[in-house]
Design a protein around this ligand. Structure first.
Ligand SMILES: Cc1cc2nc3c(=O)[nH]c(=O)nc-3n(C[C@H](O)[C@H](O)[C@H](O)COP(=O)(O)OP(=O)(O)OC[C@H]3O[C@@H](n4cnc5c(N)ncnc54)[C@H](O)[C@@H]3O)c2cc1C
Length: 397
């Protein structure tokens, strides 16, 4: 039961592609997500089908083998995938950020080398900023790359790398000038190539995946760099990219915020669907619980949250596509949609009563998955800091 509000102005192409993804989600993802979640197993067959559907190349230009679609359409697709299971969108999302970094900042050689293989999903991308002691305060990272004979040597420990094991390319932010003041001027992004699935390569160890509360199936790992060798060709943007890494990553994260917002819309939407269905089936005191005003009000609030989250997300995506400045809008969309996802998941769980607490019901998984959205790509507190700061900048008296 899909409640498709806020999308009256989809183009024919957007209608066709989102309908295709929705059918894929209904047929392949929703019936199997619980099993993968309970076993914390990577959904290999689903990912293979996603490659065939071209979902790894949605935003990659046609000249490099992708579909060349815009962020707005991509956000619609992410919403549909997340409605099924956010771990599935997680396989695509870090890949999307990696391909964006290449499209926007890569040299022609880097684009030609990597984008065609990324478009087919033959190699998948991950990105790595966070470290054991640093998440929000990105300029505080400690990992380094030191120039050595013939290239660079990367050292340090990274944390929480989604798709850390199965990716073939990791976009890693490190310090190339640890003494730079301000620190962001001494940060560089390297494109680290590795064999997907190999946990030991020269100079890099990938420990077993981190055990998580939700967002299962897709792995989040540490990356332990110990003398990992790269050449100038692996600097994002080539030699000119030295010292540009922070700016590049922050640009990509702005896009990533729209991406997480779209995931929030999908989770909030699915929670609403489950609540609408269950509340009309379950009876107490002689009538369906949906007929008790306290529950009707919950449904009303949940539906309103979905609509508002979707509109904010679409606005931010469309502004970005139009080349307009959208830092505030992307932050607002991410903040609101991720909180909407968490609130709708909790309300749907409450509506399911005791059954919501049972692993037999989908909402139990969604309730564990949703909080991730409050954390990744900047926590809610960090979004508020960004939104507040930018509002003051735009409206300085
Ligand atoms: C499942 C999962 C997947 C992830 N995937 C990736 C990935 O692929 N790549 C990657 O690089 N990272 C990834 N991350 C890391 C994620 O981006 C960080 O966890 C996030 O940025 C928060 O950083 P932290 O965990 O270090 O929290 P901290 O920065 O230590 O923050 C802790 C708390 O303090 C608050 N806080 C911090 N600073 C302030 C402040 N100035 N004012 C007010 N409050 C503040 C935060 O909001 C939070 O509530 C992932 C995380 C998870 C859980």
């Amino acid at each position: 039961m899909a409640v498709d509000v806020g999308y009256q102005d989809k183009t024919d192409e957007q209608k066709a592609i989102t309908e295709m993804v929705r059918q894929f989600v209904d047929k392949e993802i929703l019936p199997t997500a619980e099993e993968y979640d309970h076993e914390d197993k990577f959904p290999e067959p689903i990912v293979e089908q996603m490659k065939e559907l071209g979902l790894f190349g949605v935003t990659i230009p046609e000249e490099h083998g992708g579909m060349g679609l815009d962020l707005t359409t991509y956000a619609m697709i992410v919403e549909e995938l997340s409605r099924g299971w956010i771990s599935i969108s997680g396989v695509v999302n870090t890949h999307f950020i990696g391909s964006y970094l290449l499209m926007k900042f890569g040299t022609d050689e880097q684009k030609e080398k990597y984008l065609p293989k990324m478009a087919t999903g033959e190699i998948r991308g991950a990105f790595s900023l966070s470290e054991p002691e640093v998440g929000s305060d990105v300029q505080g990272i400690k990992s380094t790359a030191k120039e050595v004979d013939g290239g660079w040597e990367i050292n340090g420990q990274k944390m929480w790398v989604t798709n850390g094991l199965r990716s073939g390319l990791v976009f890693v932010l490190v310090k190339t000038d640890p003494k730079a003041d301000p620190p962001y001027k001494g940060m560089t992004c390297f494109i680290c190539e590795k064999e997907p699935g190999e946990s030991e390569v020269p100079g890099l160890t990938i420990p077993p995946k981190i055990k998580k509360m939700g967002y299962k199936g897709v792995e989040s790992t540490e990356l332990v760099f110990d003398g990992f060798k790269v050449t100038d060709d692996h600097i994002l943007g080539g030699r000119d990219g030295v010292g540009e890494g922070f700016r590049q990553m922050m640009d990509a994260l702005e896009l990533g915020r729209v991406n997480v917002a779209a995931r929030g819309v999908g989770v909030a939407q699915r929670s609403l669907e489950l609540a609408l269905r269950y509340s009309q089936q379950r009876k107490t005191f002689g009538k369906p619980i949906a007929q008790h005003q306290a529950i009707t009000f919950k449904l009303a609030e949940m539906g309103t949250r979905v609509e508002a989250a979707r509109l904010l997300t679409m606005k931010a995506a469309r502004m970005k596509d139009a080349g307009e400045r959208s830092d505030i809008e992307a932050g607002m969309a991410k903040l609101f949609a991720s909180e909407a996802a968490k609130e709708n998941a909790e309300e749907a769980l409450r509506i399911h009563g005791g059954y919501g607490y049972s692993k037999e019901y989908e909402i139990e998984r969604i309730y564990r998955d949703a909080p991730l959205l409050l954390i990744g790509e900047g926590t809610s507190e960090i979004q508020k800091m960004v939104i507040g700061k930018k509002l003051l900048e735009r409206h300085k008296i």
